[in-house]
Design a protein around this ligand. Structure first.
Ligand code: DC
Length: 223
């Protein structure tokens, strides 16, 4: 019998990261942001002058970067070959390229294996796009977070204010997110979709505390 695994999937801006960290803190569990791992791989690809659209080269070199994730929900970390990339992986160049890199099957195979290693015996909240469907199909609880496109764009815009180029509007944010969601949902390997047995939670009208409370209630129900 393994420990608790909570799988939190959903599109960007659905409130996954804050909710996942909040749930992990409340339950004393570890926390893994798998999106950060795809971003780290993408950062390495760009850093090495590889065209992220050149899937054959990305596939051939997918085993090279050493990616390590720290799982403390109070201060998750991400390093590539010993370099702290927590800041750079959130930059617009990485965000624009990550869907292409995450669509390469060799990248997914490598990162899914790493994710399973980190999950190990459990006691962890894992957020991503394919956690309940591919990475941890036996998770104790699978949650699929959604929110209206408008709410997601507004949240992402607020999150990025200060880092986005001046003049980036909520509307532009919404268009960029829609393009990324479309790419993530239609790729051939492990597209974003709701896993069998997942509980859908629409966060549009909920505060962060309400989302966390609902997930905690669902965990309790299952344990
Ligand atoms: O959650 P995020 O925006 O940081 O994720 C970055 C990208 O990584 C996103 O475009 C989809 C991809 N991703 C994925 O394909 N599978 C995961 N488990 C997590 C993220």
């Amino acid at each position: 019998m393994t420990g608790l695994v909570v799988a939190m999937d959903g599109p960007s801006g659905s409130g996954k990261s804050s909710a996942s960290r909040g749930v992990a803190k409340a339950l004393g569990l570890r926390y893994l942001d798998t999106g950060a791992m795809y971003r780290a791989m993408t950062w390495w690809v760009l850093h090495h002058g590889i065209d992220p659209a050149d899937a054959a080269t990305v596939a051939a070199r997918a085993a090279e970067p050493g990616i390590s994730s720290g799982t403390d929900p109070d201060g998750p970390t991400i390093h590539v070959d010993g370099v702290d990339v927590a800041g750079p992986i959130r930059e617009a160049v990485v965000t624009a390229a990550v869907s292409a890199v995450a669509a390469v099957p060799e990248v997914r195979t490598r990162l899914v294996a790493l994710q399973r290693q980190i999950i190990g015996a459990g006691d962890i909240v894992v957020e991503g796009r394919d956690i309940g469907s591919v990475v941890a199909p036996d998770a104790t609880l699978k949650v699929y977070l959604t929110a209206s496109a408008e709410a997601r764009a507004r949240r992402r815009h607020a999150e990025l204010s200060g880092t986005t180029p001046t003049g980036t509007t909520v509307e532009a944010q919404r268009a960029a997110m829609a393009r990324r969601d479309e790419a993530d949902s239609t790729r051939k390997t492990d597209p974003l979709s709701m896993a069998a047995g997942a509980v859908e939670l629409d966060t549009t009208a909920l505060t962060l505390d309400e989302v966390i409370a609902e997930v905690l209630r669902l965990v309790k129900e299952r344990t």
